[in-house]
Design a binder for this molecule. Structure first.
Ligand code: UGA
Length: 347
């Protein structure tokens, strides 16, 4: 099988290539702006990487959609701070470029695995979000945070429509707060624009305050990347064509925790981490900050977000197995090492 991954150097893309190289005979063609996270696979003869920008190298993309069997368009800006600061960039890259890829898949009759997002459910108050039953609840236009969710939602609907007209073989998947090594770049976290787990870890490493937005009682279900990748592998395998035309939540409902609890857990793990003993114990305090101040007025939050994963359990026989503390420990290990290499940890 030949797989095309656009945005292959990202958090999900790099891990997926690694898994494919280590456990299958499949070939991967991948494009990204850099290969900084791909040292594990770059020399593998089954991995064909090209450094490039999908918005510029359109002919390469067109040719490879035609050449490959399965297409994963993973290019997107996925950090809430950017949804508010750069909403048009989020739309142009996340929506316009991906719509082009969707249409190429229709044109060449290719299977697309499209990364939707847990964000599409928005502020829905269901205790668990169901792929086929839950409503999407987004805020008013001036709350620009929702541009990402809205763009993804429309692409989900376009893909669904092509599918129902028999023009597209697709599977949509919705990651729920996947975490792990290489989640975000440290430099983005230093500027304060990372997703929460990287942000808190870098705050701790740099002895800066951990900032709880609007009190920190909002909850997420954190999913370890390896669990997510195992589920994606089953979707790519697609035994008996079971995934065709389906939408899957991929998350770990057992790993629910509030941002306050997350901060406490990470601080505790950091303080007893063997690598950090030689360094000064973090003096980070936990403080509260309003969302207006942290993100700006375009922000609105989700108070709870828990996936129903019944469909993935039943159709794919998939189960997430990494508990919250192990997932946080593994992520912390990676970022402590990265911080040491970059000279952020000071004796
Ligand atoms: C994320 C991102 O939109 C995407 O990565 C993705 O599509 C999706 O959700 C997902 O991974 O499932 P969110 O969970 O809100 O959205 O992203 P985070 O930036 O990780 O924030 C989580 C919570 O932590 C929010 O309530 C935020 O206000 C809070 N937070 C964030 C803090 O309290 N302090 C911080 O320093 C940063």
């Amino acid at each position: 099988m030949k797989i095309l991954i656009l945005g292959v150097n990202g958090f999900i893309g790099n891990k997926l290539v690694k898994k494919i190289m280590n456990s299958t005979g499949w070939e991967v063609y991948g494009m990204d702006l850099s290969c900084s996270k791909l040292s594990h696979s770059i020399d593998n003869p089954r991995f064909h990487f090209i450094e490039g920008d999908i918005t510029i190298h359109k002919e390469w993309v067109d040719y490879h959609v035609k050449k490959c069997d399965v297409i994963l368009p993973l290019v997107a800006i996925a950090t809430p701070a950017h949804y508010i600061k750069e909403p048009l960039q989020v739309f142009e890259l996340g929506f316009e470029e991906n719509l082009r890829i969707v249409r190429l898949c229709v044109k060449y009759g290719k299977r697309i695995l499209f990364p939707s997002t847990s964000e599409v459910y928005g502020m829905n108050s269901d205790p668990e979000f169901s792929e086929d039953k839950s409503n999407f609840v987004l805020g008013p236009i001036k709350k620009q945070r929702w541009i990402y969710a809205c763009a993804k939602q429309l692409l989900d609907r376009v893909i669904w429509a092509y599918g129902t007209e028999g023009k597209l073989d697709f599977t949509i998947f919705r990651p729920f707060n996947w975490i792990g090594p290489k989640l975000d770049d440290i430099d983005a976290a230093k500027e304060g624009s990372s997703r929460v787990v990287t942000q808190f870890i870098i705050n701790i490493v740099m002895n800066e305050p951990i900032r709880l937005v609007d009190g920190g009682m909002q909850k997420r279900c954190f999913t370890y990347i390896d669990d997510g990748i195992n589920c994606l592998m089953k979707i790519i395998e697609n035994k008996n064509n079971i995934c065709r035309g389906e939408i899957f939540n991929i998350g770990n409902p057992n790993n629910e925790c509030s941002m306050r609890e997350l901060a406490d857990r990470l601080l505790a793990l950091y303080r007893r981490h063997p690598e950090t003993e030689a360094y000064s114990v973090s003096t980070s305090e936990i403080i509260e900050v309003s969302s207006d101040k942290y993100y700006g007025e375009g922000y609105q939050d989700i108070s709870t977000r828990k996936p129903s994963i019944k469909k993935a359990q039943e159709l794919l026989c998939w189960e997430p197995v990494v508990d919250l503390n192990s997932a946080l420990e593994k992520t912390l290990d990676f970022f402590i090492e990265e911080s040491r290499v970059k000279g952020l940890l000071c004796a």
